[in-house]
Design a protein around this ligand. Structure first.
Ligand SMILES: [Zn+2]
Length: 470
């Protein structure tokens, strides 16, 4: 995500970033041990409802025994809103679940806010899988963050019951928060059919068909989640960037920035691909639009959203920095995953660095002096508030989140370039990208690779920047 007006209050009157190799290819195919979702969804436009039937085939159990399965029901946060009042939806929303079955047998589910537990009729042993089916009714909020109905467009983010992650720490059911992106998911395969009203178009994580059609069948393998925008209001500009097709979706009111933002997206994708490694998917969509209070843009696999324009030192300009920020997340979050609630700096810090690097190299915007002030300011914040740059999402007050989690790690990566050279830093990111492609990485994985590639012990350097040690 990219925050609006991030840190400007803290740093005073600085014009600036609006806040918020090895080129190997790898396969994006079905058939490995990933969850497989099949969703059949009907959009009832007039009722603001998406009616769905979903089945999820679990990956085979690798070790231990599994007695239950957890799902995340994020649309439920839009009911009885308990977060900051500025982000309160004007019309509430939620998701209702019915007819839960496990391997064809009716089963009850326990729902507590955004967490649903489905008990398995018999424990799953090693090497076994199970198929969970259910019906759901999604009531779309108006003015919801990420999940939103706006005019003739439904932004469907976290719009189906999402399988929670189970790892060595157990099931992850971290609570929702309006600070940052409190989501964590693993690679899955999706087979999604949409039934939409006449004149609607479906823009999604998958490779889309660019025409209005009432029944749309989409498949996408090896992605962390599946987002879709159902709309009657958008038009598209498309261009190739290497082996990826880039689509820039705009409305009548944002047509004036469509061309410069498509250029930025095409160039940004190429810029990151050359430095970090090949982008493995065939298509990426950039959708211009408002997606919630305080959010300038948001990343999803194969699709990002962005505001059309941002204030800069030259006045109001096309939101190039937001578009390239969100696209950098295709590398840091999309392909290389992390637990965004536990270690948000890992994707936001590397993404903000990628964005600033693009703005410096391609847009000739030098933010180095500003980032030096970020370093000084964050030292002060650490001294007074005790907070570091590598904590859980929940530890940050909203107003400190951006500067500590986005900006200080970005400043750290520029300082690292001063210390070991740009070439080595690019090699670190490239190696990290290839070693953790389609996996979940942690801070210690990143540090280990950095030390290996640099051929020296950088741990004290990272500890100073991330944890304020020494
Ligand atoms: Zn971000």
């Amino acid at each position: 995500m990219k925050r609006e007006l991030l840190a400007t209050a803290l740093l005073g009157t600085i014009t600036l970033p609006f806040l918020c190799n090895i080129n190997q290819t790898f396969a994006v195919e079905s058939g490995t041990n990933r969850p497989t979702y099949q969703i059949d969804a009907t959009y009832l436009e007039k009722k603001d409802i998406v009616k769905g039937h979903m089945s999820v085939t679990l990956p085979e159990i690798r070790n231990g025994i599994q007695n239950e399965v957890y799902f995340r029901l994020y649309p439920n946060v839009f009911q009885d809103w308990k977060y900051n009042k500025e982000a309160k939806p004007s019309k509430e929303g939620h998701i209702a679940i019915s007819h839960v079955k496990v391997d064809g047998v009716k089963q009850s589910a326990t729902i507590n806010d955004t967490v649903m537990k489905v008990r398995l009729p018999k424990p799953l042993q090693k090497g076994r899988s199970a198929k969970i089916e259910l019906d759901y009714k999604l009531y779309l909020p108006h003015g919801g963050t990420r999940l939103n109905k706006y005019k003739n467009t439904a932004f469907l983010a976290q719009w189906y019951p999402m399988l929670a992650v189970k790892d060595k720490d157990g099931w992850h059911t971290e609570p929702y928060t309006t600070t940052g992106d409190p989501f964590y998911s693993t690679m899955s395969d999706f087979d999604v059919t949409f039934h939409v009203p006449k004149g609607y178009q479906v823009i999604s994580t998958a490779k889309d068909i660019h025409q209005t059609k009432e029944n749309v069948h989409l498949q996408q393998y090896n992605v962390r989640d599946f987002v879709a925008v159902l709309t009657k209001d958008y038009q598209v500009l498309s261009r190739e960037s290497g082996t990826t097709r880039v689509n820039l979706w705009y409305t009548n009111t944002t047509k004036d920035v469509s061309e410069p933002l498509l250029n930025a997206a095409v160039d940004g994708l190429r810029f990151y691909g050359n430095r970090f490694g090949h982008y493995p998917y065939q298509e990426v969509d950039v959708v211009l639009g408002e997606t919630g209070y305080g959010i300038a843009g948001m990343e999803y696999p194969g699709l990002v959203t962005s505001l059309p324009k941002v204030p800069t030192s030259n006045g109001i300009s096309p939101a190039v920095n937001v578009v390239v920020h969100e696209l950098a997340h295709q590398w840091w979050y999309g392909v290389v995953g992390n637990n965004q609630a536990k270690e948000p700096w890992l994707d936001e810090g590397l993404t903000t660095f990628s964005e600033f690097l693009y703005m410096q190299k391609r847009m000739k915007q030098d933010d180095a002096p500003w980032l030096k002030r970020v370093a000084i300011k964050t030292d002060e914040i650490h001294r007074s508030a005790g907070i570091t740059s590598a904590q859980r999402l929940y530890d940050y007050p909203d107003e400190l989140y951006g500067i500590m989690v986005y900006l200080r790690p970005a400043a750290m990566m520029f300082a690292l370039m001063d210390e070991i050279g740009e070439k080595k830093v690019m090699k670190i990111l490239n190696t990290y990208y290839h070693q953790y492609q389609f996996k979940i990485a942690t801070t210690s994985d990143f540090l280990r690779i950095a030390n290996q590639v640099a051929g020296k012990n950088l741990t004290p350097f990272f500890e100073k920047w991330l944890y304020f040690k020494g």
